[in-house]
Write a protein that binds this ligand. Structure first.
Ligand code: ADQ
Length: 490
């Protein structure tokens, strides 16, 4: 396998024995990096006074990471700014929360250029370069401008916004144009990929679309695929069946005192639909009072991006709403909603998932949603819980045997909760078996292979289209890139 160079905002090196706490994505990328003697490049998470471009190398469990420190202004404008206050809300349909500031766009452009410049010496001629997520959309273009001819792929972990929303982003065309400099673009599902193609058709009428998803434009060629990310299903199933998970399950069952557990586990983010979820639960308790004192909703939601005001607002809103629901329905013997603002290790989560009757995964918009897949993998196949899943999560394209709901409708949520709580064993088993088959078949290893195979295969075709690209790395700027103005988002 060709050497792999992974680039993402933050890096996640192997943590040895503590693998139980590492997500499937990090484990899978690390195993590919280990296998190819590759490098993972990104921001260290540290701030310094002045950007120096100095790379800090570290080697853990056979994987090399290379990180750079950023200036406080970079962090504010690029990370807290353009990435998390402009693109994240826009890509999750929250245009009301999106902030369009020139300074943010300038910082985004600057940090992407700094990443490209800094990582240049790390690139060997045959390396496959794999760039991750919305923080780094222009990185491929920045590398091309510096003469990098390697095959470069980009994977977007978030949804792709619909055309009319993306048009509200100043300089949206330049952002998309930068994506044409990759050889391969991966989206989480067909809906996001099709949204991207719709945008290209609308804004770039000269683009030639081929049946295999290749777009040819201005002498460039980029293949666009849907490649859904999975979890390490085998590993998660083993964690769920371990003695530690069993202890967590039993403790949870004991604390429930005979009530049926409904569980939600999410980062505290407005895209995850927690307020709507709470309203749906409130609706169940109001409209179908026979469930009172029979069920308990556990919502685990560790805070994230606490520097961004909209995240402080959502936290305040949820504190108030959870208090309101408990105030309205609680009795001296029953707390209807347990709302917990901290993270748990994966084994404990697996045990809690296994103790539940219902998994409630209802984001308003989500690139994929791995919690849905983890919930399925954690279940006891002989007595599984029921997954309620938002239609607007990328995972809904694969997990069709879940109870699919519109997360905006408290009535639909309430109906689905009642249906799940009343579902007989036979139907639960049948639905779970079909879901598990999908989660196991398209796991994180499948995702990694599928993306990297597509990225490798595409190389030969690119060379025949654009001879200047194939000749190794820093061999001068390929002609096609000279003919296009460098994208500017400022
Ligand atoms: P996220 O939005 O972070 O990721 P998600 O897919 O749900 O969301 O993954 C979160 C991971 O964190 C899961 O492995 C989950 O178990 C873990 N996690 C969540 N809450 C936790 C808690 N309270 N304690 C411990 N662990 C917790 C982005 C996109 C998603 C996409 C992923 C991967 O927004 O749509 O699925 O990337 O591509």
């Amino acid at each position: 396998m060709t050497r792999l160079l992974v680039v993402s905002n933050r890096v996640s090196p192997p943590v040895g024995e503590g693998k139980a706490n590492q997500g499937g994505l990090a484990v899978a990328l690390n195993s590919a990096l280990r296998e190819t003697n590759g490098i993972w490049f990104g921001w260290s998470g540290n701030e310094i006074d002045q950007f120096s471009g100095q790379i800090n190398f570290s080697r853990n469990d056979g994987v090399t990471t290379a990180t750079v420190d950023l200036e406080a202004q970079d962090v504010e404008e690029y990370y807290n700014g353009f990435a998390n206050r402009t693109l994240w809300p826009l890509f999750h349909d929250r245009i009301d929360l999106a902030e369009f500031e020139r300074g943010f766009a300038g910082g985004y452009e600057r940090v992407n250029a700094r990443f490209a410049e800094t990582m240049l010496p790390l690139i060997a001629p045959d390396d496959l370069i794999w760039v991750h997520d919305y923080h780094l959309i222009p990185l491929g273009s920045e590398l091309r401008q510096r003469g990098v001819g390697n095959r470069i792929g980009f994977f977007l972990h978030t949804p792709w916004p619909v055309l009319r929303l993306l048009l509200s982003l100043p300089h949206h065309r330049q952002l998309v144009e930068a994506l044409f400099d990759y050889d391969l673009l991966g989206f989480q599902c067909n809906a996001w990929r099709d949204g991207f193609l719709e945008y290209v058709r609308d804004q770039f009428p000269d683009a030639e679309m081929q049946d295999d998803g290749t777009i040819r434009i201005g002498g460039r060629s980029v293949r666009v695929i849907a490649c859904p990310i999975g979890i390490d299903a085998q590993d998660f199933m083993e964690s769920a069946a371990s003695p530690e998970a069993e202890t967590a399950r039993q403790e949870m069952i004991k604390s429930l005192d005979g009530k049926c557990l409904i569980i939600g586990v999410d980062r505290l983010d407005y895209s995850k639909g927690l307020e709507h979820r709470f309203h749906g639960y409130e609706r169940l308790l109001t409209d179908q009072p026979h469930y009172q004192e029979k069920v308990s909703l556990l919502q685990i939601a560790p805070p994230s991006r606490a520097d961004v005001a909209s995240y402080q607002d959502i936290r305040k809103g949820l504190d108030a709403l959870s208090g309101h629901i408990n105030g309205e329905f609680a009795t001296v013997h029953w707390v209807p909603l347990r709302y917990v603002n901290r993270g748990y290790d994966r084994t404990s989560l697996a045990g809690m998932f296994r103790a539940s009757r219902v998994g409630l995964v209802t984001p308003l918009r989500d690139g994929m949603n791995l919690v849905a897949k983890e919930y399925v993998a954690a279940q006891d196949p002989d007595d599984p819980g029921v997954l309620i899943l938002s239609k607007f999560a990328g995972a809904a394209e694969q997990l069709k045997q879940a109870l699919l709901v519109n997360p905006y409708s408290p009535e639909e949520l309430s109906d689905a909760l009642a249906q799940a709580l009343d579902m007989g064993l036979e139907e639960r088993r049948a639905r779970h078996a079909a879901l598990l088959e999908s989660v196991q078949r398209e796991d994180v290893h499948w995702w990694l292979r599928t993306f990297l195979d597509a990225l490798e295969d595409h190389g030969a075709e690119v060379i025949s289209l654009d001879q200047s690209r194939g000749g190794g790395n820093h061999g001068g700027i390929p002609q096609i890139h000279q003919s296009l103005a460098a994208p500017s988002f400022a």
